[in-house]
Design a protein around this ligand. Structure first.
Ligand code: FPP
Length: 240
């Protein structure tokens, strides 16, 4: 039941603003350094052999931030999608995205759509960006899509809803990491996190690099995942 490596890790990348404030820099400098952590952590995840990594890059609520910050984040996302394209393609990474993507400006949407299409056949790792994403909206959209497809109300069970969620092509979520000392889920992967392990670290996202990911994976290895069973019911290797 417990494998050494999680099949799917999701990260709430928090603390960019605080990182900048501590250095008396504008918030966007924290986001820029955070984008460097994204590059480093994606590379490390691929090298470690993680099958799937989801990054909470922009929530539905983030649209309410000051317009200059939203604009700067959109530009960073665009730069990432353009600059990292060779790295993603050369390393067999499939890019996907979840969220209300139609709200994104075309400066992000165009390179995003292009890279999703071009990397669709890559098989070595999936990198999923949560953009304009809300876990509650994702559940609402899944239920609406299922009903719209003619699923009768009495067939709306867990399996059916999972099928209509945007994460249906990803492995089950095993581990959620949140940086910066906050211990909340903040509307991220609400359905998918049902049995995920949670790992919180005080490290701010711009300081979170390969070694920090390795530490989180090491902590995951030590967890006993019971899925509602007793310890004694589990296969021996999954006991702590
Ligand atoms: C939370 O920190 C972070 C975000 C809202 C944005 C995350 C964006 C990036 C890491 C950079 C761009 C992403 C990619 C994929 C290239 P915060 O601003 O809430 O920090 P604070 O709580 O310290 O203010």
């Amino acid at each position: 039941m417990q494998s050494e490596l999680p099949r799917h890790v999701a990260i709430i990348m928090d603390g960019n603003g605080r990182w900048a404030r501590r250095r008396q820099l504008p918030r966007i400098d924290g986001h820029r350094e955070g984008a460097q952590s994204v590059r480093d952590v994606v590379r490390a995840a691929r090298q470690l052999g993680l099958p799937a990594l989801t990054l909470y890059a922009f929530s539905s609520q983030n649209w309410q931030r000051p317009p200059e910050e939203v604009q700067a984040l959109m530009q960073l996302l665009r730069d990432y999608l353009i600059e990292e394209r060779p790295e993603i393609m050369d390393n067999g990474i499939r890019l996907s995205a979840i969220g209300r993507l139609e709200r994104l400006p075309s400066l992000v949407r165009d390179p995003l759509d292009e890279l999703i299409a071009d990397s669709a056949k890559n098989r070595d790792m999936t990198l999923c960006l949560a953009l304009s994403y809300s876990g509650r909206e994702a559940i609402i959209d899944a239920v609406r899509a299922a009903l719209g497809a003619g699923v009768p109300e009495d067939r709306l069970d867990e399996n059916t809803i999972s099928l209509y969620l945007p994460t249906n092509d990803l492995p089950p979520l095993d581990l959620i990491i949140r940086t910066s000392g906050e211990q909340r889920i903040s509307n991220f992967l609400l359905w998918e996190c049902a049995y995920a392990e949670l790992y919180f670290t005080d490290t701010l996202w711009p300081d979170f690099r390969r070694a920090d990911l390795a530490r989180a994976l090491e902590a995951y290895k030590g967890r006993e995942r019971r899925f509602g069973l007793t310890s004694e019911q589990l296969p021996v290797r999954s006991r702590a």
